[in-house]
Design a binder for this molecule. Structure first.
Ligand code: PMM
Length: 278
């Protein structure tokens, strides 16, 4: 039996995300988009106000709060399970007060040392992603020369974050890890990580994976050296959705929730067949 992963639908309330920048910047548009993702089959809405595209500059904390809090308040009040995609403890705190129950921190607590204690205090679930540096200079950190390469480095660096999270009082069953595809990683690193995912799973925590629309898919599907445009990478992500579900990941962070849900429904349906019916 395949354990069906949870689907986290992305709501980027940003002017500059690489995948959908500017489309949902107005609160009403973001809220409507969130509702659409729920109707498409999202289990969680991941609401973020800071773009992490390579080279992006950071918004002010007030800007980030102004983008995400009205959207979180409305969607959580409507019954959605909400995660806040933020690296800032102040934003996480306000989001949890507004109804979010999950903090998705792409820096795994490295960007803001207060983050783990804020999450511990709230008893929230914490997604800790593998991260080395902010978007404006993360490319400089895409070097994995140690023994075991990128897979061992990500495993060891995530394990070190887990130690910090548990020491801050986050319960072990509230921790989710994420290999951070595309963050301080060249395309080959992301593929190697996907291939070696079981090594990260061996740390014993549920895994969330965000492959949707990322540049390693665009490069794979390039024509004549031009990466496939962001909106045409969906079928490749659907293939990964099935493969990652079969590998037992806990969750998938996706933009096109309907495509991912359809793929998971196919898996679920096949699992219903008893072996002697085949
Ligand atoms: N990727 C992005 C943003 N947040 N969070 C987690 N946990 N994992 C990811 O892979 C991840 C993330 C960047 O993608 P986007 O700009 O399309 O949201």
């Amino acid at each position: 039996m395949t354990a069906i992963p949870v689907l986290m639908g992305v709501v980027n309330v940003t002017p500059d995300s690489f995948s959908d920048g500017g489309r949902w910047l107005e609160p009403d548009a973001a809220i409507a988009h969130g509702r659409e993702l729920i109707a498409d089959g999202a289990d969680i809405l991941d609401i973020g106000g800071e773009s992490t595209r390579p080279g992006a500059t950071r918004p002010l904390v007030e800007e980030e709060l102004g983008r995400v809090i009205p959207v979180i308040t409305e969607l959580a009040a409507g019954g959605a399970v909400v995660s806040v995609d933020t690296m800032r403890a102040e934003v996480a705190e306000a989001a949890l007060a507004a109804g979010a129950t999950i903090v998705n921190d792409v820096s795994g607590g490295l960007a803001d040392a207060r983050m783990p204690s804020v999450v511990a205090e709230a008893g929230a679930t914490y997604v800790a992603m593998h991260w080395r540096a902010h978007a404006d200079h993360m490319r400089d950190f895409a070097v994995y020369d140690g023994p075991g390469g990128v897979v061992a480095a990500v495993r060891d660096e995530l394990a070190a974050r887990v130690d910090v999270l548990l020491a801050a009082g986050i319960a072990p069953d509230r921790v989710v890890l994420d290999p951070g595809l595309g963050f301080a990683k060249h395309s080959e690193h992301s593929w190697t990580l996907l291939h070696g995912l079981s090594v990260i799973q061996d740390l014993g925590y549920p895994l969330l994976v965000g492959a949707s629309r990322k540049s390693f898919l665009g490069r794979l599907l390039a024509t004549g050296g031009t990466p496939r445009p962001v909106e045409l990478r969906e079928h490749a992500n659907t293939a990964l959705t099935v493969l990652l579900a079969q590998q037992g990941v806990w969750g998938l962070r996706v933009h096109d929730v309907r495509a991912a849900r359809d793929a998971l429904r196919v898996l679920e349906r096949l699992d219903q067949e008893a072996p002697d019916d085949r």
